[in-house]
Design a protein around this ligand. Structure first.
Ligand SMILES: Cc1cc2nc3c(=O)[nH]c(=O)nc-3n(C[C@H](O)[C@H](O)[C@H](O)COP(=O)(O)O)c2cc1C
Length: 324
């Protein structure tokens, strides 16, 4: 392996292991990485796109943004300041994010302190404990989104009720659309060693209708138990002022900053994205939260009432493109 100038072989392992811990839809891990001197490129791996659930590639780009954020966090822990460019070179459209590492100095405060949270963060699909999130902590999470030029809007009771009815429509569509069902079967359930979402982390089946996304809806998973979910979930919508390919990557950067900050306070999150995967329903969510923003992701946050396993990843070296 020829690793040049500022990134050593040990650092490559740390950086790419960190990047690979990012969340991605269906745990498809739609990324590859290329390292040239002090420059790390995050590339789209088109074979890992999800054409049925995500035809425009919006959620795929969110995953790439989250991986890029993890790279920045790991680089900061190692002492590298970073700058980042989205879609840096029109001649190479597969390169979605380019990160430039400055020479190594002392650990970079701020971002670097999130490094310890990378392996603690996980998507939690079970019921939350009956403990509120303090207003101060909510503000911290809102600030984390703002730092990446996104906005996090917390739903009030009325908005949550409105979202509930949109979610029911989405859930109903989800189990009737052949292409989506087929795609989910490819990625969700069973035992999985390196990619996809294993049955062990799907969480319990809600005993009563609940604002969770049952990724396995439409097919049987006999090993899962049942649980009653919190009656008044805490839900926030992550949005951006624009809705173009760059904004989708910025959403991923913001998502990961919010999630790692949340993890540092022992909070966990799950996704209710079925409501923003159908354009007409997404428009309804936009009306609900304010049409000055584009809803990108819907998060349910709280303190987990139960444990959950971790979702596996590919070994980092399988995601590295070797320099030509
Ligand atoms: C853009 C995006 C969309 C996602 N959508 C959903 C979803 O609708 N339902 C769900 O249960 N998880 C969703 N997830 C969570 C992924 O399934 C999860 O990140 C992945 O399986 C890896 O697991 P981990 O987050 O526990 O590391 C989403 C993640 C991302 C980044």
């Amino acid at each position: 392996m020829s690793i040049t100038n500022s990134v050593t072989e040990d650092e490559v392992a740390i950086l790419l292991a960190a990047a690979g811990q990012a969340p991605s839809m269906h745990n498809a891990q739609p990324w590859r990485f290329e390292i040239n001197g002090p420059v790390i490129d995050v590339l789209l791996d088109a074979e890992r796109a999800l054409p049925a659930a995500d035809p425009a590639g919006r959620l795929t780009r969110v995953g790439l943004g989250a991986a890029a954020f993890n790279l920045r966090v790991a680089a900061a822990m190692l002492g590298h300041e970073t700058t980042l460019a989205i879609d840096p070179d029109p001649a190479v459209p597969d390169v979605v994010v380019r990160i430039f590492l400055a020479d190594r100095k002392v650990p970079v405060a701020g971002l670097g302190s999130l490094y310890g949270e990378l392996g603690r963060r996980f998507t939690y699909r079970g019921p939350m404990a009956d403990v509120p999130i303090s207003a101060r902590l909510m503000q911290r999470l809102t600030d984390a989104a703002t730092a990446e030029r996104a906005d996090l809007r917390w739903l009030d009771d009325e908005q949550r009720a409105g979202l509930g009815s949109i979610l029911r429509t989405a859930d109903d569509r989800d189990i009737h659309e052949e292409d989506r069902l087929h795609e989910r079967l490819q990625w969700i359930g069973g035992d999985r060693q390196a990619e996809g979402v294993p049955e062990s982390v799907l969480g319990p089946v809600p005993a009563r209708p609940a604002p969770v996304r049952d990724l396995s809806a439409g097919f049987d998973h006999p090993r899962r138990g049942q649980a009653v979910f919190e009656p008044a979930p805490i839900i926030a919508v992550l949005g951006t002022a624009d809705d173009d390919e760059r904004a989708w990557v910025r959403t991923g950067l913001a998502l990961q900053r919010v999630l790692l900050t949340a993890t540092s306070y022992d909070l966990a999150a799950s996704f209710l994205n079925q409501a923003v995967e159908y354009p007409d329903l997404r428009d309804q969510v936009r009306t609900l939260i304010g049409r000055d923003t584009w809803p990108q992701l819907i998060l349910r946050l709280g303190y987990p009432a139960e444990g959950s396993g971790l979702t596996p990843r590919r070994p980092w070296h399988e995601t590295l493109n070797y320099p030509h």
